[in-house]
Design a protein around this ligand. Structure first.
Ligand SMILES: [Zn+2]
Ligand SMILES: [Zn+2]
Length: 382
């Protein structure tokens, strides 16, 4: 877990912040509840700050600035820059530069949060230790032209402290004075500790989980050429960012959870903003291309199973193995037909009918459990 970690290259300010806020969340927050009890208003402020800062990272720092997956009007930009800073994940410019490097060099030494260096490194080690000198902002020329982004870059640390800790403390203080439910000190302290410190820790670790867990746990329905995985569990607490295999395959899509049943609140908010004229140019990968990626992935799995069973048949040509091979060959023929149709549609930009695409989608989904059962069978037979 801690392999290759250079303990002589500590980033002291960041490390102290990450450790202190985590310790306060584990000690001072329970003490506060024990002493002053539960308060629904303080909890509501916490919830607002969790959603506002979390969403500013996923919708703003990630999909808007890093990937330019849609365009946004200045009030949206200002909101995500103010509340994004309050997540204490540095400026949008710095975040995007690191994130673009992650996509370009995923799973290699040049990936800032390279999962092959271990789960701790990908989660937060890369922030706590500096292996290499800081790289220039040479991959964010587009963002350097944005005045609001550059304003936030200049003042990010001040904005972070004011919005993240100052505002919740003030809200808690004013709430206590206004209602008399708590003493002013208890109100201010509650604001600082719960929507302030504890919320920062929770939002940060939710973001960190995308770089660690979403490169370790889950399925890879669109590509196995990188470590990114789709995880519905991670999608719950990361505002929809858990569908990371899809995201690495089609990074410029404004959606991460692309299927109708997948939970992606960031996608829903972007869509709602577009209906109010606050967001535009929402980029979507055509359905044909998504289905083609899924089909190719299943084909790869079928071929892998087929070669395993074909090795087996040379040893024991029993009926069950032959039947399995013939089923796999049958699947492969159908997959070749679907891949061919989709490839022609994607190449010649032919719009396939919705009904046709839905039928193919259903067929591909029905094949997945079959391929998985062959995988289990081959594991027990070999
Ligand atoms: Zn990733
Ligand atoms: Zn990304």
């Amino acid at each position: 877990m801690f392999k290759n970690i250079p303990f002589n290259r500590v980033e002291w300010v960041t490390s102290t912040f990450l450790i202190t806020t985590a310790l306060l969340t584990c000690t001072a927050v329970p003490w506060y509840f024990w002493t002053f009890g539960w308060d629904w208003i303080i909890f509501s402020v916490f919830l607002f700050f969790y959603l506002a800062t979390g969403m500013s990272i996923t919708l703003g720092y990630h999909r808007l600035f890093s990937h330019q997956a849609f365009k946004a009007k200045w009030p949206v930009k200002l909101f995500v820059l103010l509340f994004g800073a309050a997540a204490f994940e540095n400026s949008a410019l710095w975040w995007s530069a690191e994130h673009r490097r992650h996509h370009k060099h995923v799973d290699t030494d040049d990936d800032p949060y390279d999962i092959s260096k271990g789960v701790f490194w990908a989660h937060m080690g890369w922030l706590m230790f500096k292996l290499k000198p800081e790289l220039p902002f040479d991959n964010v020329a587009d963002l350097k032209k944005d005045k609001l982004v550059m304003w936030q870059f200049k003042w990010v640390h001040l904005i972070s402290f004011v919005v993240s800790f100052g505002v919740p403390t003030l809200i808690g203080y004013l709430y206590a004075i206004g209602t008399g439910n708590l003493s002013p000190t208890a109100g201010a302290l509650g604001g600082l500790l719960i929507p302030g410190v504890a919320r920062v820790v929770m939002v940060q670790h939710a973001t960190f989980c995308i770089n660690s867990l979403c490169h370790m746990i889950g399925n890879r329905p669109y590509s196995t050429s990188h470590s990114a995985r789709d995880s519905w569990i991670a999608a719950i607490f990361t505002m929809g960012e858990g569908y990371h295999n899809y995201h690495h395959e089609f990074q410029w899509d404004y959606r991460n959870g692309v299927k109708p049943w997948q939970l992606d609140p960031s996608k829903w908010i972007i869509w709602i903003l577009s209906k109010f004229g606050l967001a535009s140019d929402l980029k979507r990968v055509p359905h044909e291309r998504i289905l083609l990626a899924e089909t190719k992935e299943i084909k790869r799995k079928v071929n892998a199973q087929l070669s395993k069973f074909q090795d087996l048949v040379s040893d024991s040509a029993n009926e069950m193995v032959e039947q399995t091979i013939s089923s796999l060959e049958h699947l492969l023929v159908r997959l070749n037909q679907i891949t061919g149709e989709l490839q022609t549609a994607a190449k010649e930009k032919i719009q396939m009918s919705k009904a046709n695409l839905n039928n193919m989608s259903r067929e591909i989904r029905a094949m997945t459990p079959q391929v998985e059962s062959f995988t289990k069978l081959s594991a027990s037979s070999l």
